[in-house]
Design a protein around this ligand. Sequence first.
Ligand SMILES: [Zn+2]
Ligand SMILES: [Zn+2]
Length: 95
Amino acid sequence: MSEYGVCTKCGLTVFAIQEVCPSCGARTAPEPDSSMIEEWHEKREGVCCDCMAKGRVRRLVKAKGYNALTKIPEFRCLTCSEKKLAEIRARGVPV
Ligand SMILES: [Zn+2]
Ligand SMILES: [Zn+2]
């Protein structure tokens, strides 16, 4: 467990105990170390690109053998994100 985290919005490094970024107020996430390569972007207020539901949405940015950093951001609600995860797993990506 890393003692540092990182702001999901501005990328600021914060202490792991800080759940909110002192700079921009966005949520923070544990700092990805070499063993934790999965990376998610999450928005508190967003629109799911699949079912158009409003609310908390997220997208997978990085996982072993998967990199969506260059793709157009597609945020999905938890339900659709799980479906998408199943698709990605079917392609052989261990997420
Ligand atoms: Zn921030
Ligand atoms: Zn959805």
